[in-house]
Design a protein around this ligand. Sequence first.
Ligand SMILES: Cc1cc2nc3c(=O)[nH]c(=O)nc-3n(C[C@H](O)[C@H](O)[C@H](O)COP(=O)(O)OP(=O)(O)OC[C@H]3O[C@@H](n4cnc5c(N)ncnc54)[C@H](O)[C@@H]3O)c2cc1C
Length: 380
Amino acid sequence: MQLTSKLSEKKYDVVIVGGGIVGLASAYAAVKKGLSVALVERESQNKDASVRNFGFVTVSGQQSGAHWQRAMHTRNIWADIAPKAGIEVEHSGLHMLIQRPEAMDIAEAFLQTEMGASCRLLTQAEIAENTPYLKDGLGVLYSPHELRVESKTAIGKLANWLSRAHGVDFYNKTTVHSIELPIVHTSRGTLQAEHCVVCPGTDLHSLYPETLAQAKAKLCTLNMMRVMPKKAFKLNAAVMSDLSFARYDGFAQLPEAQKLISLLDNIQSAERKAGVHLIVVQSADGSLIIGDSHDYNDRELPFRDVRVDDLIINEFHQVMDIGEIDIVQHWLGVYPSGDNVVFKASPEKGVVVGSVTSGTGASTGFAFGEELIHLVLESK
Ligand SMILES: Cc1cc2nc3c(=O)[nH]c(=O)nc-3n(C[C@H](O)[C@H](O)[C@H](O)COP(=O)(O)OP(=O)(O)OC[C@H]3O[C@@H](n4cnc5c(N)ncnc54)[C@H](O)[C@@H]3O)c2cc1C
């Protein structure tokens, strides 16, 4: 990446605050409109949700309506720019193992919706051929839309490409302290901007705290793991299970979901209380990222509860038939979780703040970035 050490004296059309996926996506939306862009990130590179996630660009399961549309649009942008930015798509599609009749009811209802139009239940022959590593179940719901990128490298590659191919100036190790357009005050001096888009992730207190308070966001902490199967195998698509039908809005908000939710609240109460469900994705070296859990608080939690990891591992073995695994990494991730799936507002002329408040930024960020740029251009 072209790291700009000295702050430029030129006046940018847009200064973006925050180098997570939402900030990068907003930068991309701005350069596509022919605007000059600077991006300011306080770390040497993002170390938060955007690199701690699964890199799972999920469409099926997103809340129906506008958010599902955001996900579909974002997925198409990832597919377009990934090869240009040198980002590998590790695998595509989603297999949801259906373990209970109540989950089959949801899958069948989902297939009747607009969201299910390109999805289907696999035949027994397809299950045997495409998902030999899944435990026996009542069926497998297949969605073709999903993509999996390796976030820990993809975010850096995306930033590099925005710099190299689109002329975005990156000011890293630089914190934005306040904005008084056309001046943006940073820890290393000032920048000049016509517009400013603030994408602060979980930092809801530093810039425009009153505006961000309107998102009514809690901070959600997730347990995540990387595991290495003892016997190598290739995952053909991301995997989820019954607990995901009960968790993801696109399924869980269907009227047919109530029976499964009540059942799981009863028979997997520990998992449901800890917000555990299963996502499995694979990296190029054969390792799997597995998770996750959801613990909602007023602040970021520094401590990891290993009993929650056990619940995730246990669910993993209920779904995956791949024998023993070694846990090679543990980490926590945090995202803001609000009343609505996204939050955007203009606290003053020429400034917009935006946050994905539903833990779905990798899946919806590019569409949301376009919305933020549209809003900031209108706010002048
Ligand atoms: C464990 C985990 C798993 C997830 N899995 C998925 C998934 O598979 N699919 C999916 O779609 N979503 C997933 N999500 C959600 C997704 O990762 C987030 O929605 C998304 O990364 C949020 O991006 P962001 O840019 O808003 O925030 P962040 O990644 O938090 O980035 C914000 C950036 O802003 C910078 N910043 C803040 N304030 C300032 C300032 N004043 N000056 C300069 N810089 C500043 C920070 O340093 C940071 O780099 C997951 C989240 C977590 C935590």
